[in-house]
Design a protein around this ligand. Structure first.
Ligand SMILES: *[C@@H]1O[C@H](CO)[C@@H](O)[C@H](O)[C@H]1NC(C)=O
Ligand SMILES: *[C@@H]1O[C@H](CO)[C@@H](O)[C@H](O)[C@H]1NC(C)=O
Ligand SMILES: *[C@@H]1O[C@H](CO)[C@@H](O)[C@H](O)[C@H]1NC(C)=O
Ligand SMILES: *[C@@H]1O[C@H](CO)[C@@H](O)[C@H](O)[C@H]1NC(C)=O
Ligand SMILES: [Zn+2]
Length: 316
């Protein structure tokens, strides 16, 4: 009897450990590789997220992406779901992305969010080591693939559009269509319907030709290296209260769980770029605008050393 109970406990904890998490050491991002081998950060592997710094290369051929169907109201219903790891908006058909150096047309499947806590930022990618309060990912699948399993086996099977989310004092009216519905999906497994709206309303109105491009992975298990990343330079601005609806009103546990756990800091740690090239679109400016400074100071330091060496030698 005791043995059966003990066995049951082992079996249950084993089953639970098959799920990943963010906050507990046995299942957090550093432990994902134990359950999902492809999450192991081996040398030279192309993992995401990364830090965006001055080591980027301008590519003049990277112009605006074509966002098909983003400016109209799609028919049917969309579904907002708390999957225990994020809040996901399933958007049905009718939208796709192409151009901007993407190798194909990609159908839009869903978008979801990553955030921090009441006092911490939670974007996945960082800019000069700075973390934004949130990050939104619009996930698109290459149109030649019949399903996600197939797409994850293709190094460019998915195209994810990443948007940083920053905070100001005014509400983002259209973002409110999503954030107001969050109370209906507070607990894991909960789903609610959302009336479709033009997805473009969530995105920055201008500056959509300013972005960064690199090849990486999913930032959640199975961490497949199948993603063409497009990270937009200009963030989406929401209000403090809209941010708080994510950081303090979403739970990673089910409604009837004995212990409720807030879903916070649902971002994966930064990975090295190794030999990867991170490209900057033709119009992007933020990082390249300041890129010459570290270079210039490095050069002048070098000059100083030569001068000092010169005066040292001439003193001899
Ligand atoms: C610039 O981007 C295009 C489209 O992705 C690509 O084909 C080309 O190789 C890139 N050029 C460089 C120098 O990386
Ligand atoms: C967090 O985000 C805020 C608002 O954008 C910013 O002022 C702050 O510098 C960020 N903090 C960190 C540690 O990146
Ligand atoms: C995905 O598509 C492939 C090719 O059509 C098929 O063999 C496979 O069974 C599909 N997988 C799933 C999970 O539907
Ligand atoms: C956005 O684009 C406009 C027009 O091209 C430009 O003047 C402005 O500096 C850009 N904003 C940022 C933050 O890059
Ligand atoms: Zn994501």
């Amino acid at each position: 009897m005791v043995w059966t109970a003990a066995l049951l406990v082992i079996v249950i904890s084993y089953v639970n450990s098959e799920d990943y998490c963010y906050g507990e050491p046995h299942c957090d991002p550093y432990a994902w590789g134990d359950m999902f081998p492809s999450c192991h950060p081996l040398l030279e592997e192309h993992h995401s997220p990364i830090n965006l710094d001055h080591q980027m290369t301008r590519n003049e051929s990277l112009r605006s992406l074509h966002l098909e169907g983003f400016d109209v109201i799609q028919p049917g219903h969309w579904a907002l779901k708390n999957d225990g790891h994020s809040v996901v908006l399933q958007v049905g058909g009718g939208m796709s992305v192409s151009g901007g150096g993407l190798p194909d047309v990609y159908h839009t499947i869903q978008l979801h969010f990553h955030w921090g806590g009441p006092a911490t930022n939670g974007s996945e990618h960082t800019v000069d080591r700075r973390r934004y309060p949130m990050e939104m990912h619009i996930v698109n699948m290459k149109s030649i693939h019949p399903n996600l399993t197939e797409a994850l086996g293709d190094p460019t099977g998915l195209a994810v559009l990443g948007f940083f989310i920053d905070v100001v004092y005014a509400d983002h009216v259209h973002f409110g269509l999503v954030s107001q519905k969050l109370s209906s999906v507070a607990y894991k497994g909960q789903t609610t319907k959302i009336e479709p709206f033009p997805l473009m309303n969530l995105l920055p109105k201008h500056n959509m030709s300013q972005y960064y491009r690199y090849y990486g992975s999913l930032t959640t298990p199975p961490c497949s290296q199948a993603v063409v990343w497009t990270l937009y330079e200009v963030p989406i601005y929401i209000s403090w209260s809209q941010l708080a609806q994510f950081t303090s009103q979403i739970f990673s546990t089910e409604e009837d769980a004995e212990q409720v756990t807030p879903l916070q800091n649902n971002f994966r740690h930064i990975h090295p770029t190794f030999s990867r090239i991170v490209s900057v679109s033709k119009d992007a400016k933020l990082l390249t605008g300041t890129a010459s400074w570290p270079l210039r100071s490095a050069v002048s330091l070098h000059l100083l050393q030569i001068i000092l060496l010169g005066s040292f030698l001439s003193g001899l």
